[in-house]
Design a protein around this ligand. Structure first.
Ligand code: NI
Length: 341
């Protein structure tokens, strides 16, 4: 009898296990097999024998032990778009974006490099990591980089129940808001998997633009530092949004090359929201220039319509001054001349 109960329990457990495995498989199958798919962040292999970059790491480790005081009433900013994968700017500006962090070591190394070159980045964070590394989140924001939401646990939003989506988004958004003092105005759906309904929901309910990308380095596939650098640098164009992940050592190794390569091509690295603000400013300037040109054209047209009445007279007039001009060239008649004649 005991044996039977034992067997029964083992069978039940293994059946449950199988079901769980099947569900996992189904979830993995559901991910699009093509392009632009980045995997659920896998734990970074701990390959410690790296050259010790002690000065920055030491300094930063100290900071990371500080837990920031949480803000009760974060500031809310209006989102600058709905769904954006490339921003239409004319100037040479790009946004470098980092997904899946913050990472306890690599995110700080990333901002150290960005700060060194006067570059700004945008970090789309997982709530579960934000919760673990609040000090890093606070420092990234304090250094002027932008922080966005990437869900709490990297769910595929367009196949998750809406209640789960709301929970993951609001918890992550609220936590980032309370750490940094400002609610994020950008979010990135994991795998880029979203829908019009979700895009509108993110915008209308949470004040966040859904940010995708137009340059995918595929750094998570570890194609080699050189390849990651060349993909980012060579494919960038004005308004590009470049995707990397600050949870891979190899990406951090490529970062300096990416930043200096882009800067050598004349690009300035700004945050995603700055990029959208630049686009709006350029559009406003363009509209103002167009309005000024139209005003000038109108004024010119008004002058032309006035001219027909006075056309004939002024047309004759220019010749008149020419005649008097000739007069002085002729020898002036002196009283003596009259006498001589
Ligand atoms: Ni991701």
């Amino acid at each position: 009898m005991r044996m039977n109960i034992g067997k029964f329990l083992i069978c039940t457990a293994s059946i449950l296990g199988l079901v769980a495995c099947q569900q996992q498989d189904q979830q993995q199958d559901a991910q699009p097999a093509t392009a632009v798919v980045n995997p659920v962040p896998a734990p970074e292999p701990v390959s410690k024998p790296k050259p010790k970059v002690k000065p920055p790491v030491k300094k930063l480790d100290k900071k990371s032990s500080t837990t920031p005081a949480l803000v009760a009433q974060p500031v809310s900013l209006r989102p600058l778009g709905r769904k954006v994968s490339h921003v239409p700017v004319k100037g040479k500006y790009v946004a470098l974006t980092f997904d899946d962090g913050p990472h306890p070591a690599y995110s700080r190394r990333a901002i150290n490099i960005l700060n060194r070159y006067g570059a700004k980045g945008t970090f789309f964070m997982l709530g579960q990591n934000v919760n673990k590394y609040k000090g890093i989140v606070a420092d990234i924001a304090a250094a002027g980089h932008e922080i966005g939401v990437h869900t709490w646990s990297h769910i595929k939003m367009n196949s998750a129940p809406m209640a789960r989506v709301n929970k993951e988004i609001s918890n992550t958004r609220n936590l980032i808001g309370r750490i940094t003092g400002t609610y994020p105005r950008v979010m990135r759906p994991p795998y880029g998997a979203t829908s019009n309904t979700l895009v509108n929901h993110m915008h209308d309910s949470y004040g966040m633009a859904s940010i995708l990308w137009d340059v995918d380095t595929r750094d998570w596939r570890k194609p080699g530092v050189g390849k990651v650098i060349s993909t980012a640098v060579n494919n960038a164009k004005p308004g590009s949004i470049i995707l990397v992940h600050d949870i891979h050592a190899s990406t951090i190794s490529a970062l300096e090359g990416i930043v200096t390569g882009l800067q050598a091509r004349g690009f300035k690295l700004v945050t995603v929201s700055e990029l959208m603000q630049i686009a709006k400013k350029e559009a406003a300037e363009e509209a103002a220039a167009k309005a000024a040109a139209e005003e000038a054209a109108k004024a010119a047209a008004a002058l032309q319509t006035q001219q027909p009445q006075s056309t004939e007279q002024p047309a004759a007039e220019p010749e008149q001054p020419q005649e008097p001009v000739e007069q002085p060239t002729a020898p002036a008649l002196k009283p003596e001349d009259f006498i001589l004649i």
